[in-house]
Design a protein around this ligand. Structure first.
Ligand SMILES: Cc1cc2nc3c(=O)[nH]c(=O)nc-3n(C[C@H](O)[C@H](O)[C@H](O)COP(=O)(O)OP(=O)(O)OC[C@H]3O[C@@H](n4cnc5c(N)ncnc54)[C@H](O)[C@@H]3O)c2cc1C
Length: 432
């Protein structure tokens, strides 16, 4: 798709009336520096806000697989951010995947565009690009980042939110946004325990880079191997070929009741994965063995987040923290669209955060709820629970008409929002 295909996206949407007076330079604390957090920081800085991002990890987190953008809404937001061309430079080629049986014979195939959408990029590259973009020198107020820290309490007062941190000194911010993912701390502190908002959808997802000790031929071609309720895939992303230690990667999906483990305990996660693949055929044992020698593990449940109202007072949620679906729910695109709408509404409301938060939710909720639906079937599609379901899934993959229909449906869902045309307000009136 070329730029011109979507540069006039939503041209019928009336442009919002430009503001004549800039809103006051308000301070906003954002928790989480992955995708939603840096994207929001970029837009807020552009509108004259003073964003600070606190991130639990000591540095920007690497790892994670390729994520994709598809359809008009995603591409329009990227273009309005001025990031579309950079993303294209970093895009991964998208890899066709062959599903094999235990003897290595092909049983089904997936074309590259199935997972890659219009633009596919490594999650870590995307996060790095957004981080750099939120600090660009052309912004009036580049974002302040606090790494290796976490919010420990939030107390709303008449004119701000008093915040305490694990490490930094307490501070007061005008607004606080939770962009800290599926297991959001802001959501827990301001809205209630995770169990109220996060539903396990019956599957887990894991991924890691293969260590140097893995057999060189293991990831020579991109393959997926299924048994009822479990999938392992291996392959190499061409874009990473220049990384000295890169030997390929694996991605696993398995059915399981909800597991109880400490999310900071990497050994417990490895044990859970190894147990889920106990007795599996093909080269699965060899693949699972590499788990113990990798330091890049990504592991989470496939879950859906439903928060009845995304804001309370001066605190709001964004991205996976508000409407996550782990995998298959277009979480990355929805995070970027959400950041665009939230910042635009805050700028337009000129200080009235109640109005801004209400309009943000009103405009975004129907869209992201529809996108989230995809996450419901991710597990059963990738790792069908029975042999019959597996046979049916493979027949679907081998049917070009069925595949085209699925791709078209995903495109329609990802484009199902009338993006407001926020004026390019205030960039020329930087605050001190
Ligand atoms: C390491 C990693 C790998 C991923 N890999 C994939 C993948 O392969 N495929 C896929 O589809 N999706 C993946 N995701 C999820 C994907 O990035 C999100 O679904 C989507 O992009 C929405 O992003 P988000 O910024 O809302 O949430 P997330 O990307 O989940 O980011 C949340 C951020 O908040 C930080 N955080 C958590 N708790 C705190 C705290 N208490 N204080 C401060 N910061 C905190 C996290 O460290 C993280 O940086 C991955 C996420 C991470 C963090």
């Amino acid at each position: 798709m070329s730029n011109s295909d979507f540069s006039h996206a939503n041209a019928a949407t009336p442009a919002t009336t430009p503001l004549t007076t800039p809103p006051p330079a308000r301070s906003v604390l954002i928790s989480g520096a992955s995708i939603a957090g840096p994207a929001l920081a970029y837009w807020l800085a552009r509108y004259g806000y003073r964003p600070t991002v606190v991130e639990l990890a000591p540095t920007l987190r690497g790892g994670g697989f390729a994520v994709d953008f598809r359809g008009e809404a995603h591409l329009t937001v990227l273009q309005r951010m001025g990031l579309l061309d950079k993303l294209k430079q970093h895009r991964t080629a998208g890899t066709p995947m062959t599903f094999i049986d235990a003897q290595g014979h092909q049983v089904a195939a997936l074309p590259p565009e199935f997972a890659a959408g219009d633009i596919e990029i490594l999650r870590s590259d995307l996060s790095q690009l957004l981080y750099a973009h939120s600090q660009t020198h052309t912004l009036p107020t580049p974002t302040e980042y606090l790494f290796g820290d976490s919010i420990t309490s939030l107390t709303e007062t008449a004119d701000g939110v008093h915040v305490t941190f694990e490490r930094a000194a307490p501070r007061t911010f005008d607004l606080v946004i939770g962009a800290d993912g599926l297991h959001s701390t802001v959501r827990r502190l301001a809205f209630g325990p995770e169990s109220q908002f996060v539903s396990h959808l019956g599957y887990y997802v894991a991924g890691w880079d293969l260590p140097a000790s893995a057999a060189p031929d293991l990831a020579a071609r991109a393959v997926g191997y299924n048994e009822p309720g479990r999938l392992v895939t291996v392959g190499r992303v061409p874009r990473r070929a220049t990384e000295a230690s890169y030997n390929g990667e694996t991605f696993c999906v398995f059915a399981s009741d909800q597991l109880t483990y400490d999310r900071r305990d990497a050994l417990a996660q490895r044990k859970a994965i190894a147990q889920a693949y106990d007795g599996a055929g093909w080269r699965t044992p060899e693949l699972i063995e590499t788990l113990w020698n990798t330091d890049t593990l990504y592991f989470d449940s496939i879950s859906r987040v439903d928060v009845p109202t995304w804001s309370t007072g001066r605190i709001a949620l964004l991205g996976d923290a508000a409407y996550g679906a782990t995998v298959g729910g277009m979480g990355t695109g929805s995070a970027l669209v959400g950041a665009y709408v939230l910042a635009g509404e805050l700028a337009l409301a000129a200080g009235d955060h109640h109005r801004a938060f209400a309009r943000y939710e009103q405009q975004l909720r129907p869209y992201v709820t529809r996108c989230q639906e995809g996450g419901r079937t991710t597990g059963t599609f990738l790792a069908p629970p029975t042999q019959d379901a597996l046979t049916t899934r493979n027949a679907t993959l081998n049917n070009p008409t069925a595949l085209t229909t699925m791709l078209q449906a995903a495109h329609q869902t990802s484009a199902a929002i009338d993006l407001p045309n926020y004026p390019t307000l205030l960039t020329a009136t930087p605050h001190p």
